[in-house]
Design a protein around this ligand. Structure first.
Ligand code: FAD
Length: 465
């Protein structure tokens, strides 16, 4: 039997970083991946979607370049080449991970793994690995839609849609969460008719209401038909998606598309690999229960990333992997404060947030203040022809503590990192006001919004009393 100090099952952003850190910490480490290193993020998530979105943005910008004094002639896109480019980037990054694991002395096994007992991992190749510690980093998969017709050809999930090399003529997207909205952005930028059907009465329901109101108004301007409060009942050949509006079950309406994307959430990859047999506790949906350090209820067994379901983002998986690896090595560690973790949507314009929404802060009984700065007051946004959007802070009026940051506008996903750093360092709005930002940049909007909150913004009209 092969012996390791630690074995990590799953080579996504959680597992691959965890394995390297374990090895850096002096533990003999095995990483077992059944498919491709990089997991969902690199092969069928973050990276391929952003590559396709960037291609579509270039196409859209070139088509609309006359506003900037550029005549680009006839512009066409080649969807197959766009997909090929996205796959090339994934392949390159995958190669990078493989060589990183090798250089750090991690042994990588390409196999499906299951847990035989607390100390033994069984590979489909027949090998058995004995391990002192075990890290479950098996991620998540697209949830299926429990309606008739969900298995028809061309009813796809995000994985199969990303593998398509031909652009759909038109598309119906079921689910207005982050994944649904990003695909809606991709196809609408390419001029493809898009219908998004969402069961809730809001798109992107976890984001601040001011942000979701803004994006709901913006989507139709981009050619996206957004149907909220609608329950999908069935899908027929054609493809026809039958739905009824909440409270009106009798009247069925129909949306048609060559392709239907089911983007109704993700389920953890936790069943059928022996975790139940060793007593690992999971919730009703199969998410593995952990404490803030990634420990499950079984000593020596950790779970990180999507399979734990705390915040299903690649950077959270990676951060949890590092914390777990350091804790396993007996190093001093701090729990990740999820209130300081940025999340983003690569919509048009982009969205980001850190911390609490205004609703949540009020719900928690905080002494809530808010301040908003419009991008129309920012020179850089105007030079880019992208001044639609705003920055909003939610803060504690007594202490100036930043409770939440919300932005819709160009560069929002990058700019969130500044606020995450300020919040992590327990910085206040006042300190953000006094931080000199470079000009002309989009980052100035963060300082200006902070100054609005503190009543000292010179680039906004005097507030009416
Ligand atoms: P995964 O990345 O899912 O990796 C788990 C790995 O475990 C997989 O490679 C799987 O093959 C392997 N595995 C599973 N079971 C076994 C087994 N029994 N034996 C061996 N191996 C096994 N997040 C962001 O932060 N930003 C984004 O922009 C973003 N965009 C996304 C876009 C899409 C379309 C999707 C679907 C997701 C996106 N995400 C994004 C989410 C992000 O991809 C996940 O949060 C992240 O990949 C989770 O990492 P993980 O390591 O927990 O799991």
């Amino acid at each position: 039997m092969l012996k390791y100090d630690a074995a990590v099952i799953g080579g996504g952003p959680g597992g691959y970083e965890c394995a390297i850190r374990l090895s850096q910490n002096g533990l003999k480490t095995a990483l077992i991946e059944k498919d491709e290193l990089g997991g969902t993020c690199l092969n069928r998530g973050c990276i391929p979607t952003k590559a396709l979105l960037h291609s579509a943005e270039i196409y859209h910008s070139a088509k609309n370049a006359s506003e900037f004094g550029i005549n680009a002639g006839e512009i066409r896109f080649n969807y197959g080449a766009m997909v090929e480019n996205s796959q090339k980037i994934s392949t390159r990054l995958r190669g990078g991970i493989a060589s990183l694991e090798k250089s750090h002395g991690v042994t990588v096994y390409k196999s499906r793994a299951s847990v035989k007992n607390r100390e033994t991992v069984l590979l489909d190749t027949g090998e058995e690995l004995q391990c002192g510690h075990l890290v479950i980093a098996t991620g998540s998969s697209p949830a299926r839609l429990p309606v008739p017709g969900a298995d028809l050809p061309n009813v796809l999930d995000s994985t199969s849609l990303l593998a398509m090399t031909e652009c759909p003529r038109d598309i119906v997207i079921i689910g207005a969460g982050v994944i649904g909205i990003e695909f809606a952005t991709l196809y609408s930028r390419l001029g493809i008719p898009v219908t998004v059907i969402e069961m809730q009465d809001r798109a992107l329901g976890t984001f601040d209401k001011d942000i979701t109101d803004f994006i709901e108004a913006e989507l139709p301007k981009k050619g996206v038909k957004l149907v909220l409060g609608a329950r999908v009942k069935s899908i027929e050949k054609g493809l026809k998606v039958n739905y009824s509006l909440t409270g009106d079950d009798a009247a069925t309406q129909c949306a048609e598309g060559e392709v239907v994307l089911v983007a109704g959430g993700r389920v953890p990859n936790s069943r059928g690999m022996g975790l139940e047999d060793i007593g690992v506790r999971m919730d009703r949906r199969g998410f593995v229960e952990t404490d803030g350090l990634g420990r499950t209820n079984v000593p020596g067994v950790y779970a990180i990333g999507d399979v734990g379901g705390k915040m299903m983002l690649a950077h959270v998986a990676s951060a949890q992997g590092i914390v777990a690896a350091d804790h396993i090595a007996g190093l001093p560690v701090k729990q990740i404060n999820l209130n300081h973790v940025p999340s983003g949507v690569y919509s048009d314009p982009e969205i980001s947030m850190v911390g609490m929404t205004e609703e949540r802060a009020r719900g928690e009984g905080r002494d809530v203040g808010t301040g908003t700065f419009s991008l129309t007051g920012n020179g850089r946004a105007l030079t880019m022809g992208a001044a639609a959007g705003f920055v909003k802070f939610v803060y504690d009026k007594t202490t100036d503590e930043i409770l939440g940051f919300h932005m819709v506008g160009p560069g929002a996903t990058e700019l969130a990192a500044e606020i995450a750093a300020v919040m992590k360092c327990e910085g206040t709005l006042r300190e953000l006001c006094d931080t000199v930002h470079p000009h002309p940049t989009l980052s100035e909007t963060l300082m200006e919004a902070a100054r609005v909150c503190c009543g000292c913004c010179v680039n906004a009209p005097k507030p009416r009393r």
